[in-house]
Design a protein. Structure first.
Lengths: 387, 283
């Protein structure tokens, strides 16, 4: 539903400038979000020898590449730099969920060249023959040894590489601590739903996404995030339907309502948590202590991509640690690439939202392919939404 | 070339259009609706009535649509009629065009953007804060059926205003004078002359708004916060989330059927209200 702005607005630029002057953001962040950094990078790339390899003469890879991705997920300045270096314009299609992306690819003829599937979808794409195996010779920037295996292994199916890691993240929730009405800051999914049905009635958002909404309701009872057990799903359904009258919204677009103060609690991907916490320190990101979801997104090429050369060039460009660092600064999700991580500002490398403590991470589960395609979970979500 | 071949040739463009854009997609939907969901989504063709048997699972969505579509139509009519009346009968002819353009202007922006604007107007920092500032309790507006109704009226108002405006604009003003000369009060003149003559416009406007509302999904999703669930939302979820094309097709086919029945009944009703056939030509 949201369109990625292709350049920074004047207001946003001034806001970033003031934040930089107040010292609340780093120079790197400022250069990154305003595009001044990219502008410098483009100037730099004009000097041969400084440019990130490989270089292309304009027109070599065609004039465009189509990227299907999630909202608020890239640094637009990186795309400008890519166009500058290769002559290929990056056209962006923004999607709300993996299901939507899969549905579009199943329907055929999307015209996409690169997309960003999440770990649990890749086996489905392979079995449906909707994903192109990757030729690592065409991705010189891809260095498997630099990646934390945990966030890279889902990219390979039966020994064939189909997808390379983009970034990973967790699914928890944000709480606006200035609006808790005296309740202590919650730390579990049990408190999330109990507060929703109690003191904070009317101020909670759950995702419009069966995987996370049902998964986190399952966590309330201590069940697996991926459960497809009928009895466990029935418990989760009861909890969701009981809490529905107390919800502010069922929506994956949480930021506007949290920023306006309408919502106090909201399920959130860690990047949403980071972006909100950066702008509003009273909004904290919480991983339920019962657990929840850990996920990893990848770059991949759909079968029959119309601009195959440009697709490889774009993925290779985005894997460049210099470029990837600017991506991380823009979207606020952790990278699995050790080279990029070491180039991040110190405070981000130790940031508890990006890189949570090991014991919190240990409780999290990766979503499973069966969770995505289970028809009972889909029907449960429909009953919850229409209740 | 015989007259007959020429007729067929002249019909060909419209006929092809109708076939490709209407008959073919509806046939696909019907065929899919007898199929089954493939394990990882999509459809496996077969002949089963299972999807139709499963329709009660979306009863709540049908119920919401069948309450809010007529309610939205009536609410839009109540607001649009005085506006159309003012534009057609009362407005200074000098200003008429300007005022009409003002009614159209919102159409130049996407309904998505305009509905998004309502999120901020109805949200906690918008109208509710103003109400609180004036001294009343802060009301909750956004993500309620009320907000959905406001969005619907706002979004569909021009579709209602125009047909009514057209029928009132063509109204012969001498009839009003005649009524008055014969001793009719303004209210009686309105009820016995103006209103009956504007029925074709009202009928067309209601039909346009009602049909579009039956398939609405954007306004409930944005202004209802995903908590107000229409058949349109059920369809979006079935095709884009659970990828159950077979069941989605059955729901869509049922919606088309309900619309055909209600529109037929509606036309009969309008026909019986004594309006002449040529007045209905607008429809």
């Amino acid at each position: 539903m949201k369109k990625l702005p292709d350049h920074i607005s004047k207001e946003k630029f001034m806001e970033e400038l003031y934040r930089y002057k107040r010292g609340s953001v780093t120079r790197r962040h400022f250069l990154g979000v305003t595009g001044l950094g990219a502008a410098t990078a483009i100037l730099g790339s004009a000097v041969p020898g400084l440019r990130p390899s490989p270089a292309f003469a304009a027109g070599d890879i065609g004039d465009r590449v189509v990227l299907a991705t999630w909202p608020n997920y890239h640094d637009p300045a990186n795309f400008e730099a890519f166009t500058e270096a290769t002559g290929a314009h990056v056209q962006i299609n923004v999607f709300g969920s993996n299901e939507e992306m899969l549905a579009k690819l199943q329907a055929g003829a999307t015209g996409w060249d690169v997309y960003v599937p999440t770990n649990y979808t890749i086996t489905t794409y392979v079995s449906e023959d909707l994903i192109e195996p990757l030729d690592t010779a065409r991705l010189p920037n891809y260095d498997p040894s630099a990646y934390d295996a945990r966030y890279a292994e889902a990219g390979s199916v039966d020994g064939t590489l189909y997808a390379v890691p983009k970034n990973w993240g967790s699914t928890g929730y944000v709480a606006n601590t200035s609006q808790l009405k005296g309740a202590p800051t919650p730390s579990s999914w049990k408190e999330f739903f109990d507060l929703t049905m109690g003191e904070l009635s009317g101020g909670t958002i759950v995702h419009d996404y069966q995987l996370t909404t049902i998964g986190n309701a399952l966590k309330y009872f201590g069940y697996s995030f991926n459960s497809v057990d009928e009895k466990e799903l029935a418990d989760a359904e009861k909890l969701l339907i009981d809490s529905k009258p107390h919800l502010f919204a069922i929506s994956s677009d949480i930021q506007p309502s949290v920023r306006s103060g309408d919502a106090t609690l909201a399920m959130a991907w860690s990047g949403d948590g980071k972006q909100l916490n950066t702008d509003m320190p009273e909004v904290v990101y919480i991983l339920g202590k019962e657990g929840g979801e850990l996920w990893s997104d990848y770059y991949a090429i759909p079968k029959g991509a119309p601009h195959m050369d440009a697709a490889y060039a774009l993925i290779n460009f985005l894997l460049d640690p210099e470029v990837n660092v600017r991506e991380v600064l823009a979207h606020g999700y952790p990278t699995a690439d050790a080279k990029s991580k070491s180039m991040l500002p110190e405070e981000l490398q130790n940031d508890p939202i990006l890189y949570p403590a090991q014991e919190l991470l240990d409780a999290l589960e990766f979503g499973a392919a069966v969770t995505l395609t289970d028809p009972n979970r889909a029907e449960l979500m429909a009953r919850f939404k229409s209740a | 070339m015989t007259q007959r071949t020429r007729n067929w040739l002249l019909l060909a463009p419209a006929g092809t259009w109708l076939f490709v854009m209407l008959v073919l997609p509806l046939t696909v939907v019907l065929i899919f609706s007898f199929g089954e969901r493939a394990p990882s989504g999509g459809v496996v063709l077969s002949f089963s009535l299972e999807q139709y048997a499963n329709l009660p699972a979306r009863w709540a969505a049908f119920k919401n649509t069948m309450v809010l579509a007529p309610a939205g139509t009536v609410a839009a009519l109540v607001i649009a009629y005085p506006l159309a009346y003012f534009l057609a009968v009362r407005a200074d002819p000098k200003w008429k065009t300007v005022l009409l353009v003002l009614v159209i202007v919102p159409f130049w922006t996407s309904i998505l953007i305009r509905s998004y604007a309502w999120i901020f107007l109805l949200g906690g920092r918008g109208i509710p804060e103003l109400v609180e500032w004036v001294g009343f309790a802060k009301p909750r507006l956004i993500n309620t059926p009320f907000a959905v109704l406001v969005g619907i009226i706002y979004g569909y108002l021009p579709l209602m205003v125009f047909p009514i405006f057209v029928s009132l604009d063509r109204l012969d003003k001498r009839l009003l004078e005649a009524s008055s000369d014969l001793g009719g009060t303004p209210i009686r003149t309105f009820l016995q002359v103006t209103l009956p003559l504007s029925i074709p416009g009202v009928a067309t406007g209601c039909l346009l708004v009602f049909i579009l509302l039956m398939g609405e999904f954007l306004i409930p999703a944005l202004l209802g916060g995903g908590k107000v669930f229409f058949v349109g939302n059920a369809l979006v979820d079935l095709f884009l989330q659970s990828r159950n094309w077979a069941f989605g097709s059955a729901v869509a086919a049922t919606l088309v059927f309900i619309m055909l029945v209600s529109v037929t009944l509606y036309m009969r009703l309008i026909g019986r209200m004594g309006t002449q056939r040529e007045d209905l030509s607008l429809m």
